[in-house]
Each structure stands twice: as C-alpha cells, then as structure tokens.
Design a binder for this molecule. Structure first.
Ligand SMILES: Cc1cc2nc3c(=O)[nH]c(=O)nc-3n(C[C@H](O)[C@H](O)[C@H](O)COP(=O)(O)OP(=O)(O)OC[C@H]3O[C@@H](n4cnc5c(N)ncnc54)[C@H](O)[C@@H]3O)c2cc1C
Ligand code: HEM
Ligand SMILES: *[C@@H]1O[C@H](CO)[C@@H](O)[C@H](O)[C@H]1NC(C)=O
Ligand SMILES: *[C@@H]1O[C@H](CO)[C@@H](O)[C@H](O)[C@H]1NC(C)=O
Ligand SMILES: *[C@@H]1O[C@H](CO)[C@@H](O)[C@H](O)[C@H]1NC(C)=O
Length: 875
C-alpha cells in the first residue's frame, strides 16, 4: 500500500476556492493587482493554518502563487509568464524556502524554489527525476525580477519567467499549456532555511516540512493581458546571490560519482537483479536447488539485520532501523532522500528489500479469482496453490502485530466496522477466507513478525545467505545485460553507492541465466538499455549517453515493454467521528512518547508495533459494470485526515480499484535514462469511472446509520459524481504505489504483435536465458496490495525455471535466431550466432560468418579453422 498518507490532494478543498464543475480539474483564481507595478495576476491561495484553515492541503503561514500571461496566451501556448510568489516565514529572522511545480507533481516538472536571504529573494530552477533531492535545472529557463519584498513574516517576488512553460532536463521533456485554459500546479513549503544560502544553485535543502500539494488552476480572462509586454519590460533585475564571482549559470551540481570496486572474478549459474519482493525469494529458491546465485541490489542495506543504520535516536544501540519498526513505515513520505529511487518518477524503495523494506507490510493471501481472471494456463489459482502454501508457511503474517496480542487505538476501526456490520457486511478473518471479497471487512493482515517488519528480508534472504553458493552485492546497479542475439552472457554493473562493483559479471558459460527483478520500472529500464523493448524507446536509449555502447540495432528485440502499465486507482474519501483517536506516527520519529517507545523496545508491543497510520478496517466490494465485467474494490481505512481535512477525529478511507479495471497506461524512458509514467493508467474507461462512483455510493449507504459520523469528502452537498469527476487524475494524487504490468506474462509473443513480453516460464521472448520475475509480469491488477502475490509469483517462477531444460549450445548449422524463433540462441564454440536478416535474423551457427565480420574489422580474431570455415560459405 498505500497512497501518500496525509498529503493526498482533493482539489475540492485546495485553497478553499470554488471548483468549476467540469472535467477541467480547475480551481477559480482570485485576481490580485500589485499596487506598486500595476500588474494584474490570476492567483491561487494555499490557506493559512494559523488563520483557522485546517488539513494537509494547507500550510502554516499561507502561500500565494499567481501568473500574468501574454495577451494571446489563452489561444496560443505561451512560453513565458510573469509570476507572483508569496511565501511565509514564521520567524523573526527570516527562514524557510518554498517551491512551485509548473506541471503539478514534484517529478518530471520544472520546479522553482525561492527563499529570502539578506533582504533579497533568491531563486533556483530545479528538476527531480524521483522523490529525492532535485537537481539544478540545466535547461534555458530564465528568471528576471521585477520586485521583491521581505519582512518578518513573509517574502514575495514578482518575476518574469522566460522559457518556463516547457522544459528539457538532459532530454527529459515536458510542458504546460496555457491554451488549455487551466494549469495543474504544485506547491511546497519548508520551515528551515537552506544551508549554504548565498548561492541559490548551491544551497542544501532537506524535504519540505510545511506541506505540499497539487492543484488545478483555471485561467480566466484576467490572466492574459494586453499590457503584458510593458510589464515584462520591467523585469530588469538579475538577482543571483553570491556564487563566488561567477554569475549563476545553471550547471548541474556535480554530485561526486560513487567510487566503485572492480567486479571480482567468478561466474554464476544465476544472476538475480534487484532484491525486492520478486528478487529475494527466487534467489533463495535457486540457491536452495544448489545453483550458484548472485543477487545484485542497487540500494544500501535497510533492515538492521543486514547492516542498515538509519533511524531515529531511540533505535540507536538496538539491532533495529527505521525500516524494522512498523510504526515508522510512513516515514518514507517525510524523509525519502537517499532511500527512494532517483531514476523513476514514482515512489519506490531503492534499498535492500525494495518495496518490502519501505511499505506498510499489508500481506494478503490471494483471492483465487485474481489468478484465474488475469493469468494464462500454468498460472491459474490451482497452479499457484503450492507456491501459496510455501509462502504462507514461511511468512504467515498476522492481524495482531503487537506481541502482547492486543490491538491499540481501535476507536476508528470500531466506528467503521460497526457501521459496515450493521449494514450487513460480513466480518471475516481475511487470510482465512481469501475468496470472500464482496461486502466483507476485516482487521488488516501484515507480514510483520515478532513485532518487526519481517517479510522476505527476514526469511528468504536469511536462508539464502546461509548458503555458500549464494552471494549478495549491495550498492551495485545493473546497467544492462550483455548478450549475443538472444543469449545473455552476463550483466554490466556500476557502483550506485561507494563500494559497489563496476564491470561485467558473467553467468556460467552455456547454462547460466539472468533474472530481472528490479521492479515494474527497474526491470523495464534494464530491458530497454539492453536493446529489448519498443522501437521508439530503444531509439531514445540510442540517443542517450548509452548510445555509443548500446547493442547494435540489428540485434534489437522488439517487445512491448512498458505498455500495459497498471496501478490501483486511488480515490480518497474522508469522514470524521468524535470517538476517533489520532496517533502522530510522524512525531514518533523525532519526539516520541517514551512509554510507547519502551513498550516497543522492551516487549515489541504497543502502538509502534502497528503499521502507521493505524490501518483498518479493510473492506471489499465487487461491482458489475455495464460492460459485464465485475470490478474489484479494496477499501483501506486509516486514522488520518487528508485532502484538506485535519488529523484528529478524521479517518481517510482510500478506495482502490483493482481486478477488472480495463484502463492501462504506459511507462517510457527518457534520454536522461530515467523512467516516467507517460500515460497514467487511471480512469480512461467509463465503466472504470462508474465503478469508482458506485463504490463510494455503496459505502455511503453502508455507513448512513452511524451516529455522529460526518462525511467530509465527498462533502454532504456534493454528489459523488461531481466529487469523482472533478478530482484531478494525476499520479500525484491517484496512485496507490502498486505498479505492475510492464513486462506482461502471456502466450501472445510480443515480437509478432502480441501483448506479452515474457512467456509462461517468465522467459523474455526472443532470448534463451533471460527472465523477468517481479511485479512487471502481472497482466492485470489483483484485489489487494500486491506484495504477497509477487512473492508467490516468484516461488512459482522458481518452480518453472528450475523445471526447464538447461540452456544448451547448438551444433554447427542449427538455426539460432529469427523472428518468432523460440529455441536456443547460442552456438557451440567456436561458432557464433550471426545476424542475417530480420526474418531469419540469425543465420545458422557458422564460424564462417564470424570470420567474415571479423575480417572487416582491423583485428582478425583467431585464424584457427579459417580455411575450413571459408569452405562452408553457402549464401
Ligand atoms: C510506499 C509504498 C507502500 C506500499 N505498501 C504496500 C503494502 O502495505 N502491502 C503490499 O502488499 N504492497 C505494498 N506496496 C507495493 C509493494 O511493495 C510492491 O508492489 C513490491 O515491492 C514490488 O515488488 P518488485 O519485486 O516488483 O519490486 P521492488 O520490491 O521495488 O524491488 C525492486 C528492487 O530492485 C532494485 N533495483 C532497481 N533497479 C536496479 C538495477 N538496475 N540494478 C540492481 N537493482 C535494482 C531496487 O533497488 C529494489 O530493491 C507499497 C509500495 C510502496 C512504494
Ligand atoms: C530534499 C529535497 C526533496 C525531497 C526529498 C522531496 C520529496 C517529496 C515527497 C516524498 C513528496 C510527496 C509525494 C506525494 O505527495 O505523493 C513531495 C511532493 C512534492 N514536492 Fe518535493 N521533495 C524535495 C524538494 C522539493 C523541491 C525543491 C520542490 C520545488 C521547488 C518540491 C516540490 C514538491 C511538490 C510541488 C510536491 C507535491 C506534488 C506531488 O505530490 O508530487 N520538492 N516531495
Ligand atoms: C514555524 O511554525 C511551526 C508551527 O507553529 C513550528 O512547528 C516551526 O518550528 C516554526 N519554525 C520556525 C523556524 O520558527
Ligand atoms: C509582510 O508582507 C506581507 C506580504 O507582502 C504582508 O501581507 C504583511 O502584512 C507584511 N507584514 C509586516 C509585518 O509588514
Ligand atoms: C533483533 O534482535 C531480536 C532479539 O535477538 C531478534 O528476535 C530480531 O529478529 C532482531 N531483529 C533484527 C531486525 O535484526
């Protein structure tokens, strides 16, 4: 799970503005005329908590952003604007910084940060490819100031922003369109001042702690103005701060490249790439079968068990880190730097354990229909039964995570479950009756054990690591696989952290295999960088820094990698009830309740043994669409406000639309070699939308007799239709972090127009020893949070891969490739499989071809058998 706890956006309450009731996702501007310059802006106001505004879409001190646009901007896309940015400082010495995202989300967008310094307001353009510290923007955006004000409570700046409505960071591009009549914008705010403040492009910052959100911004006729050019001419001040004599021409702050260690010698029967939900179990199973296995993880250790060290002061001196304590799991949303992946625009853990190190630990025994509906023969629920029982015998999970067997702060659970029960929904123990997912509710099952996170890192990785034929590398990222045609000989690695390995590590000659388990974005990226994917994406890789060393396009394997992207669509609803009791898990990090800490450290009991932010009940609904498809809904209730409703008595109930949804998105790669969700997989289909609406109505009906319960979102005076239709559809606010599907498993070979990237053995089409085993292979979404399903799929894949005949080299004259070819791609020495044409794209294993190509290059390979091979020329 889950959505972004605490900061999910509902446009309706953002900035307490009126919302236009159309799908334009817009919020009405307030016109502001600056008295000094006469410039008129459309502005949007983030409400000030100190003046009574509540909730997470507000900020201490309030914040305003506005734009003035060229006269024709509402019909022709503008390339520049005049901006007004006013941000709070709550200290007598000015502190803080604030930021605007010109596309809404933090990632993939031009970011502008501003902060007060010595009576000036300094600014810096930034860009983030992941949920980590943004880099300095290297494109040609230009900011000149018209005026600025700085006083004890606030700082503001009016500026001309040229080339600010489209952006390009090392080839990753995007834009905002003024002719669309509305913008989607994002804001963030921070209390502490930047470190090293004199030079804006060199400041050091930590994650914003005074709120962030996205909002729709309607542009009305006041936004575009005939006086624009006169106003723009006032922008004469270039305010650079002091950057040591030079002007602040944007240059990427060179983050020192990690120092790597050359790959040690040795080959492996299996190289598994990525130690998350998919990678850890399969590495264990293969090593259990006696294979020599190398598991390569990009990130650093997370859990204390594996040498991780991060955590609050109160875990220092114990064997625990922030990753081990269930009550600290949502810290990822407040402090993600160095933990989240920097090369994908979605939240993902790039640490040992992957998602299983940073997630909330929800752990579901699969609903058999999920396999039967989504997967082909060989992966039906009956096929998965063995794997399921193996996984649940190793990681049984629990719905009473506190070791004393008690459940803490259950008031919210009781309110909602009481309402559901009296409306006839059935109370079940979810993992005892996994197929009861229609009008049922339950306590939340977690993978936790012994009051700690547990999961694959505490089970499968422990047994694997005890074997001498298993090796784990951390801090090492796989760049690509090395291959000749469809046969992989090894992987190229680089250091992601200091001490990581650099170079090429090979698999055992002839029989070795490579398994990609780098996650729905990570595995797709490795495939694309290895010349496996859609033509347009391989061309992007070709145009990147990878280009010169990328495998030649005659060897590209064209598969629909990145298509079929899916995630649960998240729609947040909020109620308040006087008996709900909130617990501040974020505060437990820095300023914990000592009794709670002692109960946890001494007995692994109490509220901190429960996942933040007090998750439950979980409940389920099935809705049949007009298209005849039954769509599955999972609801997660948690004790927390969101979408503008304060913590306290609030519960957020997140609706996840899963199995049966037909909308799909697409993940693509940028020239900067980061991955992006270029098409969101949410609500493109009207029956998907209808299910979301019906699900909320069903819930409202079920809770209607709960005394003192107040619906906040949707508010009582808003129809569910309007609520759903007016909510922004962005990955920022609608994601569930359950990304799947980018290397779909199936029988319809993607090389010949099908949709599948891997076959029923998880083997990549067009290769003889490359596999994908992680969330990527799921054809469609499941009912619940998916990690247990992914671990089960990994167990199942191990069975199937171990049952395959070992790869073998072909004799001379055998076919070793070609469109639709499914056999071996390797030839017995000294022959090499060679390309001939696309249809017959590899000619028979013949030494002659090797010699012929070699002869063209300056260095001729071994001349042994040259005469003989020349004799065999037939074409
Ligand atoms: C914040 C959050 C909360 C979640 N909560 C839950 C929940 O409560 N319950 C649930 O069931 N699911 C939850 N999920 C989803 C679940 O964690 C993921 O679906 C699951 O972990 C995906 O498994 P995976 O093996 O595909 O990828 P991951 O678990 O992400 O593992 C991929 C691994 O590969 C590594 N990697 C990537 N690229 C490379 C490379 N080039 N070289 C080497 N290594 C690489 C990564 O560092 C990572 O460790 C949550 C997800 C998030 C982000
Ligand atoms: C150390 C630096 C930073 C870190 C680690 C960080 C991390 C994050 C995280 C985890 C979120 C929450 C995602 C969510 O709401 O779902 C977020 C949201 C956001 N951030 Fe940052 N951030 C940083 C700096 C910045 C800067 C400098 C800006 C702008 C100048 C910015 C703009 C935003 C915006 C607008 C959002 C809300 C949109 C969204 O939800 O994606 N961030 N950030
Ligand atoms: C600003 O105010 C907030 C909320 O009152 C407080 O938590 C924070 O510490 C203050 N910061 C500074 C720098 O004064
Ligand atoms: C500081 O500036 C803000 C915005 O310009 C203004 O609203 C506020 O009144 C000023 N405060 C003081 C103390 O001058
Ligand atoms: C910490 O130590 C306890 C007690 O020995 C053990 O049960 C637990 O598994 C350990 N946890 C980690 C994360 O190492």
């Amino acid at each position: 799970m889950m959505g972004r706890f605490g900061f999910l956006v509902s446009l309706l309450l953002t900035a307490s503005l009126n919302v236009q009731l159309c799908l334009g996702q817009s919020s009405t501007p307030t016109v502001y005329k600056d008295s000094k310059t006469g410039i008129t802006f459309d502005t949007w106001i983030v409400p000030d908590k100190r003046t009574g505004a509540s909730g997470t879409a507000s900020t201490w001190g309030g914040m305003t952003f506005g734009v003035a646009l060229p006269q024709n901007a509402l019909t022709t896309d503008a390339t520049e604007f005049i901006g007004y940015l006013q941000c709070p400082s709550n200290s007598t010495t000015l502190t803080g910084w604030c930021g605007i995202s010109l596309a809404g989300p933090m990632t993939n967008s031009l970011l502008l940060m501003a902060y007060p310094y010595q009576n000036q307001v300094l600014t810096s353009f930034r860009y983030a490819t992941g949920y980590d510290n943004p880099e300095v923007y290297t494109g040609d955006a230009k900011l000149t100031q018209i005026s600025s004000t700085v006083n004890s409570t606030s700082y503001s700046v009016i500026f001309r922003c040229q080339n600010c409505l489209s952006w390009n960071q090392g080839g990753a591009t995007g834009h905002a369109s003024t002719s669309a009549g509305s913008l989607v914008l994002g804001w963030c705010n921070a209390f502490p001042s930047p470190g090293n403040p004199s030079c804006p492009d060199k400041v050091s910052i930590v994650q914003h702690d005074n709120g962030q959100s996205i909002f729709g911004a309607a542009l009305d006729s006041n936004a575009a103005n005939p006086s624009y050019s006169q106003w723009a001419a006032k922008a004469t001040a270039t305010v650079t701060g002091n950057c040591g004599g030079t002007t602040s021409t944007p240059t990427t702050t060179p983050t020192a490249a990690p120092t790597g260690v050359p790959v040690p010698s040795g080959t492996y029967d299996y190289i598994v790439v990525g130690a998350g939900a998919g990678g850890i179990p399969i590495a264990d199973k293969l090593s259990e079968a006696g294979k020599k296995v190398l598991l390569i993880e990009k990130g650093p250790p997370s859990s204390g068990r594996w040498g991780g060290t991060l955590g609050p002061d109160w875990v220092k001196g114990t064997n625990l880190t922030r990753f081990d304590v269930p009550g600290l799991c949502n810290e990822i949303w407040e402090d993600s730097a160095g933990i989240s992946c920097t090369d994908t625009d979605q939240m993902a853990g790039c640490v040992l354990g992957g998602g299983t190190a940073i997630n909330a630990g929800l752990w579901w025994k699969p609903y058999t229909l999920d396999w039967d509906y989504n997967f082909p023969t060989g992966w039906k629920s009956t096929d998965m039964a063995g794997a399921t029982s193996r996984v649940f015998s190793r990681i049984p999970g629990t719905d009473t995570p506190s070791k004393d067997g008690l459940r803490y702060l259950q008031q919210g659970f009781d309110v909602i479950s009481g309402g559901l029960a009296s409306a006839g929904w059935k109370n079940v123990t979810a993992n005892s009756v996994p197929d009861q997912k229609n009008h049922t509710f339950s306590h939340t099952p977690f993978m936790f054990s012994n009051g700690e996170r547990g999961g694959p890192m505490a089970t499968y990785l422990v047994t694997a690591n005890a074997r001498s034929n298993f090796k784990l590398w951390t801090g090492t990222a796989v760049k690509r696989v090395i291959r000749t045609g469809g046969h992989i000989t090894g992987v190229e690695v680089e250091a992601y952290r200091n001490g990581g390995y650099v170079g090429v590590v090979n698999v055992t000659a002839t029989t070795g295999r490579v398994i990609l388990s780098a996650g729905a974005f990570g595995s797709a990226k490795v495939l694309m960088r290895s010349g496996i994917g859609p033509q347009d994406q391989l061309e992007v890789v070709k145009s990147s820094t990878d280009g010169p060393t990328m495998i030649s396009n005659s060897s590209w394997i064209k598969l629909p990698v990145g298509y079929n992207l899916d995630d649960h669509v998240n729609t947040d609803t909020v109620i308040t009830h006087p008996s709900v009791v909130f617990y501040d898990f974020y505060e437990a990090y820095d300023d914990p309740n000592i009794t709670d800490v002692n109960l946890y450290l001494n007995k692994r009991s109490g509220i901190l043994a429960q996942a933040a932010p007090n998750i439950g009940p979980m409940f389920f609904d099935e809705i049949k669409g007009a298209d005849g498809i039954v769509r599955q809904i999972e609801w997660t209730a948690r004790v927390e406000g969101s979408g503008g409703v304060d913590n306290g008595n609030a519960m957020t109930m997140s609706q996840y639309l899963g199995r049966g949804a037909v909308s799909r998105g697409r993940m693509t790669i940028t020239k900067a070699l980061s991955t992006v969700v270029s098409t969101v997989p949410y609500l493109q289909d009207k029956n998907d939308v209808a299910a979301v609406i019906q699900g909320i109505k069903n819930l409202q009906a079920a809770l209607k007799n709960v005394k003192n319960l107040t619906w906040q979102l949707p508010p009582a005076n808003t129809t569910v239709e309007d609520f759903v239709n007016n909510m922004v559809v962005s990955y920022s606010n609608r994601r569930a972090n359950h990304w799947i599907g980018t290397s779909k498993l199936g029988t319809d070979d993607g090389r010949s127009g099908g949709t599948a990237v891997v076959d029923v053995n998880t083997q990549v089409y067009g290769t003889d020893n490359l596999f994908v085993v992680d969330a990527s292979i799921f054809p469609g979404h499941v009912t619940t949070n998916p990690s247990a399903y992914i671990v089960i799929a990994s167990e199942r894949a191990a069975e199937r891969i171990l049952a395959l005949a070992p790869p073998k080299a072909l004799a001379q004259f055998a076919q070793c490739g070609g469109t639709g070819y499914t056999g071996s791609f390797q030839c017995a020495a000294p022959y090499t499989c060679q390309y001939q044409n696309d249809y017959y794209w590899q000619v028979p294993c013949r030494y002659v071809m090797l010699m012929r190509i070699a002869a063209k290059s300056t260095k001729i390979a071994t001349a042994k058998n040259a005469d003989e091979s020349v004799d065999t020329v037939r074409d």
